[in-house]
Ligand binder design. Structure first.
Ligand code: GDP
Ligand code: CA
Length: 332
């Protein structure tokens, strides 16, 4: 039985995993998949714990995602949000749909009883038949804070929650830094280190390298587990032809001094043989010239189309990532 562990953010991670599962259904039905999800975007809002990336993965794999909009529940309504806005509670620009609120209320109820996020996530996931084991990177509240240049109040910089920068400001104010509040004392959630150490292959979904994968890797112990796992570690580029595919990942990459290119992101992760994090990196066919450069630098590489144009095509991309890790065959 092949065991596969994926580090993932929200939408990119969810779509990639859905494709991988479609591929495995025929290629390797006994394979077992664990997704380690970013929790840096999580926040308390209107008294509720909201976990955007965990929920994107849960809804997408559970068949409940609004694929047209890209996030949230399909068939959603916003009656409760309108009531909250009338009371001035929450963020009017951060929509909480009525069905989605059910998830947040259930999760918050469990968290208030002292149940850890990983257990609350398992209880939510049990309803949806995801076909994966879904783990938060950490049970601790480690939120991504963005530092931007201040415009108004005289202080040189201003800190805000990632979601405020991303959703309200659409990443329009240049980020000076990303920090993970409370990260030093945080621990990987139960099962995370074991899932990385015990996998046959570890995959980096084509998720945001800074605020999704970077945040997961920032939890103490996780990057070391990736460096030391006996499994090959292969990533799929979230950057195609020097541009972001969907979203605004370039605004995050420039803040950490990494060029928006498939090559630069791979070099940012680094070759495991040289103390880095990845053994392989799949790039789009338009970035084929990166392949030889990566191979020369100790990262196995291949080029193929990387657009998630359908679930089947995404499955073929996932299969190519497994092939790069040399675990593309059934059984194992
Ligand atoms: P978020 O947490 O919802 O922002 O989602 P992720 O961090 O998991 O993924 C966002 C990233 O997915 C974006 O920055 C894109 O670069 C990447 N992405 C989205 N669609 C595609 C696609 O069709 N192909 C590839 N290769 N990457 C994609
Ligand atoms: Ca996210």
């Amino acid at each position: 039985m092949t065991t596969i562990t994926i580090l993932a953010g929200g939408v990119g991670g969810a779509r990639f995993t859905r494709g991988l599962l479609a591929h495995l259904r025929t290629a390797d039905p006994s394979a077992s998949v664990t997704v380690v999800a970013n929790t840096g975007d999580d926040l308390w809002l209107a008294g509720l714990r909201v976990c955007p990336d965990l929920d994107s993965i849960m809804y997408t794999l559970g068949g409940a995602n609004d694929d047209e909009r890209g996030w949230g529940r399909k068939g959603e309504s916003e009656r409760v949000s309108a009531e909250l806005a009338a009371y001035g509670v929450g963020w009017p620009w951060f929509t909480l749909g009525d069905l989605d609120l059910g998830t947040h209320i259930a999760r918050s109820a469990w968290l208030r009883e002292g149940i850890p996020l990983s257990e609350a996530t398992a209880r939510l996931a049990a309803r949806w038949n995801l076909g994966v084991s879904l783990l938060p990177a950490t049970d601790d509240e480690v939120e991504t804070i963005v530092t931007v240049a201040s415009d108004d109040d005289g202080s040189p910089t201003k800190d805000m929650h990632f979601e405020e920068w991303w959703v309200r400001l659409r990443a329009s104010r240049p980020a000076l830094a990303f920090t993970q509040r409370n990260v030093a004392a945080s621990l990987p959630a139960p099962g995370v280190l074991e899932a990385i150490a015990g996998a046959d292959v570890v995959l980096f979904a084509p998720s945001n390298p800074v605020v999704s994968i970077g945040t997961v890797l920032g939890i103490p112990g996780i990057a070391d587990a990736v460096r030391s796992t006996p499994a090959p570690v292969v990533g799929v580029s979230p950057i195609i032809g020097g541009g972001v595919v969907r979203g605004m990942a370039d605004a995050c990459l420039s803040a950490i001094g990494v060029e928006t290119s498939a090559l630069a992101v791979a070099q940012h992760y680094g070759a495991r043989s040289l103390g880095g994090l990845i053994d392989g990196w799949l790039v789009d066919e338009v970035d084929v010239e990166a392949v030889a450069l990566l191979e020369a630098g100790g990262i196995r590489s291949a080029a193929r189309p990387l657009w998630f144009s359908s679930v089947e095509e995404t499955g073929a991309i996932a299969a190519a990532a497994l092939a790069l890790a040399d675990v593309g065959h059934s059984g194992g």
